[in-house]
Design a protein around this ligand. Sequence first.
Ligand code: GTP
Ligand code: MG
Length: 314
Amino acid sequence: MSEKSPGVTAGQGIEDEVPTEIKLMTDKRSVELYLKLLESGSEKKRDIRLVVVGKKGAGKTSLIKRLFGEDNTDVTSTNGIEIHKIKCKAMSDDGIWNKLDGNYEETETHARLLKEYEEKLQDKGTTEEPVESHIAIKDNTPATSFDESKKSGTVYQQPKIMTPLVTTESQVEPPVTSQQPNQSLEQAKMDIETMLKSSVDFQDKEEYATFLLWDFAGDEEFYHTHQTFLSQDAMYLVVTKLNEADDPNAQALFRLWIDSIHCYSRLEEQKIVSDDKTTTSDDLDPPVVIVGTWKDAVTLEADTVFHVYKFLKI
Ligand SMILES: Nc1nc2c(ncn2[C@@H]2O[C@H](COP(=O)(O)OP(=O)(O)OP(=O)(O)O)[C@@H](O)[C@H]2O)c(=O)[nH]1
Ligand SMILES: [Mg+2]
């Protein structure tokens, strides 16, 4: 994006730190707010997202279950998007990401909340004065919009399609009013004490990462909303039924997904980079892996199937 967003007074260097998603927001204050928030600190997030798309019944959920080593004999059609979140240890010698067991969520949340007081805590081993403005305790919003106590969850479902995606604890908890300052302070103290008793690890562990797998519903009525969730910061599996390789409707849907991924998720800046010959138009950005399912039901010659997809992909 070459145009400078209105309302930004910071120099070019600072503006470079603003993600394109924020720059593209139409309201005038987003960039300004983002830069202000940056001043209050930042944290590294290591997420990798794999998005699985394809027509209804293509076998997306069955494939995911198979990849997870789960039983896939009784799979029901997906409603909305189902997200699986898996904490991994990514930096092993063999390059394999290993799933972490145990309750890492709580200690991770505590570390994030107490990060601001890290120096004090390390100097004194304890905090002397709980900070009154510890409202952040109320806002331990999970990175994703489902209940993180579960390993996976449905983000949005058909009947709730207009429901805001992100729910925060502050939305479900009764608001803290000015009539109860002592109560909220007491609660904050208790929360901090609980956190301090737990083992808080401030080390920024490069080797840990979160693997997010998004299982999209194949129902065509979801397609217009699915587009909203496509981003260039993901990898994609496009699942397609090999036994329908010669079906024009299946071909159209397959092509729609390939086009959507590259059209909606490619942001302005990437296009400029492409024009600059830094990348070529042949680069797959974001990366897409095509997975053929229903091989057991294929009646066409293998060569024919191969040529159909080779043609469709281009
Ligand atoms: N014969 C055969 N059946 C399959 C294969 N893959 C999936 N199925 C079956 O196809 C049906 C649909 O599979 P799902 O995994 O639910 O498909 P999906 O793409 O997730 O479907 P939606 O969530 O509705 O978009 C299930 O009954 C699966 O058992 C395959 O490779 N061969
Ligand atoms: Mg499914």
